[in-house]
Design a protein. Structure first.
Ligand SMILES: Nc1ncnc2c1ncn2[C@@H]1O[C@H](COP(=O)(O)OP(=O)(O)OP(=O)(O)O)[C@@H](O)[C@H]1O
Ligand SMILES: [Mg+2]
Length: 244
């Protein structure tokens, strides 16, 4: 479904992503981990057209998407969330989700259609009961759900998540994990950047570890957290058995 081929992105002398190749098959739930500054968000910005690669190629469903604008990549079926949430605070939850549908291409060009398209994303994320609330009044965990719902309203087949769990409470993490499982079960392929290793362990079948813009290791969650180079560069110490 997604193929990143020998991708590089330099900022001046800094190679944020270097000769990176990753493949994601339809229906997968892939985790991406790595230390701060490893290039995870840059990778996501490259795939979604927010940044242009210095070299390399990105194919979605067999066609190159390099050079396309973010909205064109969204129309092709790639959705994303942002590391820092930014809802339209003065607008209702429902209207926020509708913006996703309205800007997702010609299919939902009317308000009535957008309202209908917002329904399933609100159900999947558990926000339907809060549809009339101002987005600004939501907790951070709920804002993360809103971010997910808005992305889902663009009808993505592939969804890229940048630290959905960042900064939310323990209870909200559990809640969001259920939501992500539901989204995945609905047929959406997911690539998730996440610092909480136990979340990656619970949700993804395959993990890619980035370090200095390169692939340090790739494998099952269990294999990855036991890999010496991953422990040294990222985990700092072996995971507790009970957490793993
Ligand atoms: N627009 C930019 N201009 C210059 N340097 C950048 C830019 N965006 C990212 N970088 C640099 O590229 C490297 C990778 O950053 P990136 O944000 O992709 O890391 P990350 O893995 O997402 O980190 P974190 O876990 O902290 O979110 C860092 O050294 C960062 O400072
Ligand atoms: Mg980041």
């Amino acid at each position: 479904m997604l193929e990143v081929r020998d991708l590089s992105k330099s900022f001046g002398g800094l190679k944020a992503v270097g000769n990176l190749s990753i493949r994601v098959g339809q229906g997968e739930f892939v985790g991406v981990i790595g230390p701060n500054g490893a290039g995870k968000t840059t990778l996501m910005n490259l795939v979604t057209g927010y940044m242009q690669p210095t070299s390399g190629d990105i194919l979605f469903e067999g066609r190159s998407i390099v050079g396309l604008k973010p909205y064109q990549i969204s129309h092709r079926g790639v959705g994303r969330t942002f590391q820092v949430v930014r809802p339209f605070s003065e607008m209702s939850v429902e209207d926020n989700v509708m913006t996703g549908a309205l800007f997702s291409g010609a299919k939902t060009s009317s308000l009535a259609k957008a309202r209908k398209a917002a329904e399933l994303p609100m159900e999947l994320t558990g926000l339907a009961a809060k549809r009339h609330m101002h987005a600004g009044a939501l907790t951070l965990g709920e804002k993360k759900k809103l971010e997910l719902a808005r992305a889902l309203a663009t009808a993505p087949r592939l969804l890229l998540l940048d630290e959905v769990m960042g900064g939310v409470t323990r209870g909200e993490v559990d809640d969001l994990m259920v939501v992500l499982q539901r989204i995945h079960a609905s047929g959406v392929t997911i690539v998730m950047i996440e610092h909480l290793v136990e979340v990656i362990m619970a949700l993804s079948k395959r993990v890619v570890v980035l370090n200095f813009g390169q692939k340090l290791h790739e494998g099952s969650p269990r294999e990855v957290v036991e890999h010496p180079a991953v422990i040294e560069s990222y985990l700092g110490r072996p995971l507790d058995a009970e957490v793993a």
